[in-house]
Design a protein around this ligand. Sequence first.
Ligand SMILES: [Zn+2]
Length: 58
Amino acid sequence: MVQLADVCSYSIRRYLEKSEDTLFNEIFKVADKKNGKVVGARHFTMNHCTCKVCQAHR
Ligand SMILES: [Zn+2]
C-alpha cells in the first residue's frame, strides 16, 4: 500500500510540476468526492490556479 501511495503522489507531482497528465488522469478520476466536489486531492497554491485539482475542488 505504501507503493500505491507513492504512485499517487508521484503522478500528482508530475502533473503539477511538468504538466504530465497520462498517469494523473487515471488516478485523479477515482479521487474521493463529496457532493460532486473532489476532496481526495488538494493543491495548496494561489487562488486563481486553473489546474484540474483546483477546478475539481471549487
Ligand atoms: Zn491548482
